[in-house]
Design a protein around this ligand. Structure first.
Ligand code: BT5
Length: 259
């Protein structure tokens, strides 16, 4: 393992954003960047504050699942205080930001597995988790958590499932993490501002979804829906066609997808 080049100073130097990442809390190791981000958000952290760790000991996925974050991965949480954008759009913002930044820095091509997995050649390279808190009738803050496998070999890490990959694994060479993080933060800002200005993201998102056109099994709570993944609507919800022809709408963020 090469010594990591990541640091607060290296990321801030050359970061071309107006607010995302301009306040950056960097840690070699944390339990979960989500917990630290929530704490600083409650204390009033500015919109765009980023908490970044090179390793997590208690990384979280959705629905109580774990996210394994060994050396060579990057875990970050971005605090946003959205007023003009529905929360479901933030999953589209985050997943498109991840795909754009991977493609810009590595020229690998990526797909999105609805709603929040980023895949390369069918294997998971990044995961996204969004959490938020309300204040009164509005949103106080939302935290977008992104975990990325950059320079690691999943085959040597038994905790990581066989369905995982990393950028270095796909490219057969190491990827500069600083450049990737800078690009990810600036893509997130760009897409967040675009979505807040009413620009639709779902067409591009839909084109990148590997899920569409497949028969899928979608589980949420104790309910299971089986059908043909037909399309997504403008807020990213999945439109699932039942065998009897009826169409159901499943809101992003609520569910797990099985193929
Ligand atoms: C996710 O959940 O994919 C969301 C992961 C979000 C992680 C970020 S890191 C920064 C922030 N801080 C946190 O504590 N979390 C966020 P889900 O769709 O539930 O997928 C979880 C599943 O992905 C696990 O059950 C494993 O099967 C698989 N998995 C775990 N670690 C992985 C890894 N490093 N690479 C690929 N797959 C992994």
């Amino acid at each position: 393992m090469v010594r990591s080049e990541l640091s607060q100073a290296s990321i801030l130097k050359g970061l071309r954003t107006g607010f995302v990442g301009q306040s950056l809390l960097y840690y070699p190791t944390l339990n979960s960047t989500m917990d630290t981000a929530r704490q600083v958000a409650r204390e009033g952290a500015a919109e765009g504050t980023v908490v970044l760790a090179e390793q997590q000991t208690g990384g979280r996925g959705r629905l109580g699942r774990r996210w394994i974050s060994p050396p060579g991965s990057v875990s970050l949480s971005i605090i946003l205080r959205p007023t003009l954008i529905p929360l479901t759009h933030l999953i589209m913002v985050a997943s498109l930001a991840v795909t754009h930044s991977i493609e810009t820095v590595t020229s690998l091509s990526t797909q999105i597995k609805w709603p929040n997995d980023i895949l390369i050649r069918g294997k998971k390279v990044a995961g996204i988790l969004t959490e938020g808190e309300l204040r009164g009738n509005g949103v106080d803050f939302v935290i977008i958590g992104i975990g990325l496998n950059i320079n690691l070999d999943p085959a040597t890490l038994p905790q990581i499932p066989a369905t995982a990959t990393s950028l270095s694994q796909e490219l057969r060479r190491e990827v500069p993490p600083t450049r990737l993080v800078q690009c990810l933060l600036s893509e997130t800002e760009k897409l967040y501002l675009a979505a807040s200005g009413g620009e639709p993201l779902h067409q591009e998102w839909q084109q990148r979804l590997e899920t569409l056109g497949k028969r899928v099994r979608v589980k949420f709570g104790k309910t299971v829906e089986v059908g043909y993944a037909e399309s997504v609507d403008s807020d990213g919800s999945l439109l699932l066609r039942h065998p009897d022809g009826t169409l159901v709408r499943i809101v992003a963020g609520d569910i797990t997808l099985h193929d």
